[in-house]
Design a protein around this ligand. Structure first.
Ligand SMILES: NC(=O)c1ccc[n+]([C@@H]2O[C@H](COP(=O)([O-])OP(=O)(O)OC[C@H]3O[C@@H](n4cnc5c(N)ncnc54)[C@H](O)[C@@H]3O)[C@@H](O)[C@H]2O)c1
Length: 251
């Protein structure tokens, strides 16, 4: 006899999931029973690697290469999922970029690029997902913000603004969609050990470590565990929240 899993029958779409936190979230949701759409704008290890990783936990997966900043590509992606598997039940807006620089040296291009991927991309995906979630009267939207949205970080005026924007979007959408049984929450991870953080200098890394009460960097698994909980039925009364996953750094 096979035991039922928490996300059996659900379709999850994770953006920016070819690597890092998104990849781990995709695997975690797959292990919990969801069929998983792995989205990214580029698959550095090829799309097969993502499919294999999901198969490894017994999950069905499909890979869709699409740029979430392009409304037409986003629409096509959601249509493709709907045609093959039915509509998306769980949307994780994870894709994100950094283009750091102190304000005097920050170009408009760097501002626009970060706001466009981190904020507009999430908006386009929320809009595309909301229609079918409203119809179904069930949905989970989880947005990947950052501790930088709450505490600020020199050199990241674009990133901090985009991640704070995501919190405003989360709270507003939570109110808009609550009556349709759709929850919308944000995570605010601290320093998570991924490629994004590995670009930091050893000095900056040590400095960061000294500020984390738990005394260690977070892992993608730490983040994925909270996403997996928010996606379940048990989290149905949690909405509009910003959940820190940061080892206490924001305290
Ligand atoms: N690593 C951390 O310490 C940390 C902390 C707080 C928040 N976050 C957030 O978590 C998320 C994942 O971070 P990560 O460390 O795994 O980063 P990462 O760079 O390893 O992964 C991000 C992925 O997003 C993809 N992406 C970029 N632009 C895209 C687009 N236009 N369309 C589709 N996909 C696109 C990239 O190709 C990449 O695979 C990001 O939103 C990041 O801001 C990370």
């Amino acid at each position: 006899m096979t035991t039922r899993k928490a996300l059996d029958g659900k379709v999850a779409l994770v953006t920016g999931a070819s690597r890092g936190i998104g990849r781990t979230i995709a695997i975690r949701l797959g292990a919990a029973g969801a069929r998983v759409v792995v989205n990214d704008v580029v698959f550095r290890e090829g799309p097969e690697a993502a499919i294999e990783a999901l198969r490894g936990v017994g999950a069905e997966a499909q890979v869709i290469q699409a740029d979430i900043t392009d409304a037409a590509q986003v629409q096509k992606m959601f249509q493709q999922v709907e045609a093959e598997w039915g509509s998306v039940d769980i949307l994780v807006n994870n894709a994100g970029i950094t283009r750091d620089g102190l304000i005097m040296r920050m170009s408009e291009e760097d501002w626009d690029a970060v706001l466009t991927v981190n904020l507009k991309g999430a908006f386009l995906c929320c809009r595309a997902a909301a229609r079918s979630m409203i119809r179904k009267r069930w949905g989970r939207i989880i947005n990947m913000s950052s501790v930088v949205a709450l505490a600020g970080n020199p050199g990241q005026v674009n990133y901090g603004a985009s991640k704070a924007g995501l919190i405003g979007m989360t709270r507003t959408l939570a109110k808009e969609l609550a009556s349709r049984n759709i929850t919308v929450n944000a995570l605010a991870p601290g320093f998570i050990d991924t490629d994004m953080v590995r670009t930091m200098s050893e000095d900056a890394r040590q400095q960061a470590l000294s500020r984390i009460p738990m005394g260690r960097l977070g892992t993608p698994e730490d983040v994925a565990a909270v996403v997996a909980f928010l996606a379940t039925e048990e989290a149905s009364y949690v909405t509009g929240q910003v959940i820190g996953v940061d080892g206490g750094i924001a305290l």
